[in-house]
Design a protein around this ligand. Structure first.
Ligand SMILES: Nc1nc2c(ncn2[C@@H]2O[C@H](COP(=O)(O)OP(=O)(O)OP(=O)(O)O)[C@@H](O)[C@H]2O)c(=O)[nH]1
Length: 454
């Protein structure tokens, strides 16, 4: 076996043509090989040996064995299959990638192209010739690229997983110079928040307004516009209605300006319904009397103070009815504290039904209640108090061992331009109440100037 001057020259190429071909091949840095399938004879050029770090002399004696001994066994299996398929005529060319062991010990990737050029008289494959090109560099590059792509894919999957676990969505929201809106990216959570899929809003986001509570459309749009103009974060709390259920969400996103006039926000929208419900519950607890559910003393005094300020700014008259159970100690003593509690709760329930929505019933002491009546004069407040007194007097409190009845005494007072404090009206109502108690209870008394001297 020799360098490339074997049977190829004589068998199927003219001398000149073979020389030209060799020159071209040398220019491509391709190794060449020719192999007689029947005899195992093989020819290689110097470059073929050079690819794996040898000279041809070092590889003597050359034969098909030379290829077999220097090639990775796994790749030989693949190569053999591809060769057989080419010999059968399934493929026009034999083409294969394989690792060859370099003289230094490392693997060199080669790409082999080859073709059957002659057959024996009885039709068996005879001479095959082809090239080997060193593709280690591009193979290393490709491996690096694949590793990067795999890593990138893993990062995307990790982010998607995180995005899908948060109670809301992360997104990229875009507004064009013409006001068109879209979500180039939205995590899967958009379905829970807005009842749309990421695909449905990728090109046009107007559908999300189908889910936003109609009363919140304008505030949401105004907040977006303010963020676009100022460059400040878009921060918005609003309601969405999904499957007939109202939910609260909190959105926050940072705008970013593009040269072509688009504004792009990156941010998140979180479902804060549970938090809102808790806030509402805490707010209610803070203003409500635990036993009766009416306003507690602090809340009553706060509303009274608000009414007083309105009155000072030329608001209408307002009145207060203060009432207290008569002989309540006896109820407790005779029927027990629980029975007393029941009477207080029941009284609140009955009286709430008699009042206007703008009136406030508050428990301002143990068994002492007050009613704030905005936009009311003394006479109409007195009439109302009288009606309430009668209602309680006629009521039979049940739910205890014995049905019992009780009475209340009411003191009524109205706003006065001379008042310089909001609770002065309470003192007047208290004086009237005191007079009612002294006069025998189960009565309604209005404050009059003589009470001051008392
Ligand atoms: N069951 C119950 N009793 C209460 C509550 N707060 C105050 N009381 C009771 O209300 C009673 C008030 O007694 P008093 O101030 O002597 O007044 P009264 O017995 O109603 O007599 P007059 O007001 O003078 O008609 C006391 O026995 C208190 O313990 C409460 O939340 N539940």
């Amino acid at each position: 076996m020799n360098d490339a001057s074997g049977p190829a020259d004589n068998a199927y190429l003219g001398q000149g043509e073979a020389a030209r071909l060799r020159t071209i091949l040398e220019g491509t840095r391709a190794g060449t090989w020719e192999w007689n399938v029947q005899t195992g004879d093989a020819l290689f050029n110097e470059r073929w040996a050079g690819i794996i770090g040898y000279t041809l002399d070092e590889l003597q004696p050359l034969s098909f064995e030379t290829w077999l001994t220097h090639t990775h066994p796994d790749d030989l299996v693949v190569s053999e299959k591809l060769l057989q398929s080419h010999f059968r005529g399934d493929t026009d060319y034999y083409e294969c990638e394989a690792r060859m062991r370099h003289k230094d010990g490392h693997w060199v990737w080669v790409r082999a192209y080859g073709r059957l050029v002659s057959r024996t008289p009885d039709g068996k494959p005879e001479w095959v010739s082809g090239t080997h090109i060193d593709i280690s560099a591009s193979k290393a590059y490709q491996e690096k690229l694949e590793a990067l792509q795999t890593e990138q894919q893993r990062t995307i999957e990790r982010l998607e997983k995180m995005a899908s676990r948060i109670p809301g969505l992360v997104y990229q929201f875009e507004m064009g110079p013409d006001g068109t809106i879209r979500f180039p990216y939205a995590s899967a959570g958009i379905e829970r928040i807005y009842n749309v899929t990421p695909d449905q809003v990728r090109e046009d986001a107007t559908r999300i307004f189908d889910a936003i509570h109609p009363d919140d459309h304008a505030p949401v749009r105004e907040a977006v516009e303010a963020s676009r103009v100022s460059g400040e974060d878009w921060i918005c709390e609003y309601r969405v209605i999904v499957d007939g259920e109202i939910r609260w969400v909190f959105g926050r996103a940072r705008p970013d300006y593009r040269k072509d006039g688009r504004t792009v926000w990156y941010g998140s929208i979180l479902d804060i319904t549970a938090q809102k419900e808790l806030e509402e519950k805490l707010r209610r607890i803070a203003v409500t009397d635990e036993l009766t559910g009416s306003a507690n003393r602090r809340q009553f005094m706060k509303l009274l103070s608000r009414e007083f300020l309105r009155y000072q700014r030329n608001g209408p008259d307002y009145a207060v009815i203060l009432f207290d159970f008569d002989w309540f100690k006896r109820v407790n003593d005779r029927f027990g504290h629980n029975a007393g509690d029941l009477v207080l709760k029941e009284t609140t329930r009955i009286l709430q039904g008699e009042l206007r929505a703008s009136d406030t019933l508050g428990r301002v002491g143990g068994e002492e209640f007050a009613i704030l009546l905005p936009d009311s004069d003394l006479d109409s407040a007195r009439q109302l108090a009288e009606r309430l007194r009668q209602t309680i007097a006629q009521h039979r409190f049940k739910g205890m061992e014995e049905t019992l009845h009780g009475t209340i005494t009411c003191g009524v007072a109205v706003s006065d331009p001379e008042d310089d404090q909001s609770n002065t009206i309470m003192l007047r109502a208290d004086k009237a109440l005191y007079r009612g108690k002294s006069a025998g209870r189960n009565r309604v008394e209005t404050f009059h100037s003589g009470d001051n001297a008392r």
